[in-house]
Design a protein around this ligand. Structure first.
Ligand code: ADP
Length: 152
């Protein structure tokens, strides 16, 4: 069984993340979206909100589940018996950042492979930080995120 972890902050999930997950579905039997908990990071949405947004967006997709985790992503992979880490690439900055993480993960463990999907043309400009800026400034964020993302 091919199982992948898609780790990230998802603060909040965007149409960019959504697209990567949808396109990865034919490649894997199971995709676990793993929301990383970093005590030093300040988030706009609570962990529960971020989890709910993702669960709702994929409620009709049995291959997708959502977990939260602390610690190393490769350790989560071992714990959940996942052989792959899924990540998305938007631009050269993403590539450099992801390359360093993937190489480090390969040095930590040799039985987990990182798989990259290139962003779609329509969503390549979207990031959670831009979505948060739009929300903070009262703009229309609806065309950047799945319908499940709602600001109170
Ligand atoms: P992190 O805090 O780990 O960067 P994010 O939630 O921002 O977590 O992103 C998780 C993954 O989704 C990363 O691999 C990131 O490159 C990818 N990603 C984010 N936005 C997009 C997008 N618009 N298109 C493709 N991949 C994306």
């Amino acid at each position: 069984m091919r199982k992948a972890i898609f780790p990230g902050s998802f603060d909040p999930i965007t149409l960019g993340h959504y697209d990567i997950i949808k396109r990865a579905l034919p490649l894997f039997d199971e995709i676990v979206i793993a929301i990383g908990v970093n005590a030093e990071k300040k988030y706009m949405f609570t962990l529960e909100e971020r989890k709910k947004f993702i669960e709702e967006a994929f409620k009709d997709e049995p291959k997708v589940s959502v977990v939260t985790y602390e610690g190393l992503t490769v350790e989560l992979c071992h714990k959940l018996n996942a052989q792959f880490i899924l990540r998305g690439l938007r631009n050269p900055a993403d590539f450099e950042f992801e390359k360093a993480i993937a190489h480090t993960n390969r040095q930590l463990v040799t039985d987990v492979e990182t798989v990259f999907l290139l962003t779609a043309i329509d969503t390549s400009h979207i990031s959670s930080s831009i979505v948060r800026d739009v929300i903070r400034n009262g703009g229309n964020y609806k065309f950047l995120v799945p319908e499940s993302v709602k600001v109170k």
